[in-house]
Design a binder for this molecule. Structure first.
Ligand SMILES: [Zn+2]
Length: 418
């Protein structure tokens, strides 16, 4: 395996007990980070000088429905009801396997282009096994790291034979995307949680739309809440329920732009912070919101500060109680934890996977430069460059564009109905 020495950048490791940023080299051995520090020995390694650059861990978009990429932006002015009716009610049933593949492939490539190296791909338009296989194939073909969260659009009973059939790959893990306690009967919710636990899989579910349903008490009573539990949005959960989740080690993924714009509710970020926890972040649906996890981080940060200003005794809070470094952690460390990958990605530390982003920018505050980044120079996943000099590598852009347009022309007419 090859060795690469990235020399002389400002490195944001996101590792505990390290500076926010430090002038350092990063030595990569095969797919792994071998060392981070000053003056590393580059013998036998390809030397890549990266002065005036910022290197940070690859971003983690913990909740995204990549299969919807061909619908990007179509729902910018939709309500939640519009989205559910037009996408899930009308267009989703018209998807062909090839639509699943190109949407997933293009969505994952778009994520890589923005510096996301790991995605929680919440796939719930698995109309047939061929649709599922096509989506999984598209995700793997992109070169991104991911957890393929297998879900179902219509079946009341989760098809365990299907999730048992699926095989990931070197970079792709399998998880369960279930209806969850809010949208299932209590018995079904418990059964889904138990099935995930028996398989050692992450179990992820949407939660919004009012007061917590009885399924939540059922899964809690059954002792099913764990660090493998991933709750998306978390809207409607009381602070007591959020504390129950936090105490169980469960993760909560906020998708703030979607939550604010479509009425899921205010992001629960401030409540998690008050409990000493933190959110992971997602961008949810390309049809409605941009697929930029750094935007999600900036909006979640603003929501956290907005909450503190509202709670302040005076016209505004006299302290910035939430920091930009925390927001960057939500898009890296916390995303990795939500997907069960905390021991592999999310930080730049020896022994972890070499997933990183290079930014061709500098500034007096590297954390701010990273959080505000709107252009990514290079992206590495598992020690392999996926983007360099601002261009994705190994991608037939014309073919991807052509297939995505063909898919869109098939699907868009069906968005008109509700
Ligand atoms: Zn979602």
């Amino acid at each position: 395996m090859s060795r690469v020495l990235l020399r002389g950048a400002q490195v944001i490791t996101m590792a505990p007990h390290r500076p926010d940023a430090e002038r350092a080299d990063v030595l990569i051995d095969g797919d792994t980070i071998a060392a981070v520090g000053e003056g590393l020995d580059g013998a036998g390694a390809e030397i890549v000088d990266v002065p005036d650059r910022i290197i940070l861990p690859g971003l983690v978009n913990a909740h995204l429905h990549t299969w919807q990429t061909a619908l990007r932006g179509t729902g910018v002015d939709w309500t939640l009801a519009d989205y559910l009716g037009r996408v899930h009610g009308s267009a989703a049933p018209r998807y062909r396997p090839e639509d699943m593949r190109i949407g997933t492939l293009a969505g994952a490539l778009s994520q890589l282009d923005r510096g996301t190296t790991t995605v929680g791909d919440w796939c719930h338009n698995t109309l047939t096994p061929d649709h599922t296989d096509a989506a999984l194939d598209g995700l793997a073909a992109s070169g991104i790291r991911g957890v393929f969260l297998y879900g179902t659009p219509y079946s009341a009973a989760y098809p365990l034979s299907e999730v048992d059939r699926l095989r990931g790959g070197p970079l792709i893990g399998i998880g369960m995307a279930v209806r969850g306690p809010q949208l299932s009967t209590p018995d079904a919710a418990v059964a889904d949680f138990r099935a995930a636990a028996e398989r050692g899989l992450v179990v992820s579910m949407h939660q919004s739309g009012g007061e917590p349903g009885p399924g939540w008490e059922a899964v809690r009573s059954a002792g099913m809440l764990s660090p493998a539990t991933n709750v998306v949005h978390g809207a409607g959960l009381t602070e007591g329920w959020l504390k129950t989740l936090v105490d169980a080690g469960a993760s909560v993924t906020c998708t703030p732009e979607n939550e604010l714009g479509q009425g899921h509710g205010s992001p629960v970020t401030p409540h998690l912070l008050r409990l000493g926890a933190a959110p992971s972040l997602g961008t949810d649906t390309d049809a409605v919101t941009p697929a930029d996890v750094l935007s999600a981080a900036r909006i979640a940060l603003a929501c956290g500060r907005h909450h503190d200003h509202r709670e302040a005794a005076g016209p505004f809070s006299l302290q910035a109680t939430v920091t930009a470094k925390q927001a960057l952690a939500w898009a890296t460390v916390e995303g990795a934890r939500a997907l069960g990958l905390a021991d592999r990605v999310g930080r730049l530390e020896p022994g972890l996977q070499a997933d990183l982003v290079v930014l061709d920018i500098a500034g007096p505050n590297p954390i701010a430069a990273a959080l505000y980044a709107d252009d990514v120079e290079a992206v590495m996943v598992a020690g392999r460059w996926r983007k360099r000099d601002h261009v994705l590598l190994g991608v037939d852009h014309d073919a991807v564009r052509t297939h995505l347009r063909e898919s869109a022309s098939h699907l868009l007419p069906h968005l008109a109905g509700r």
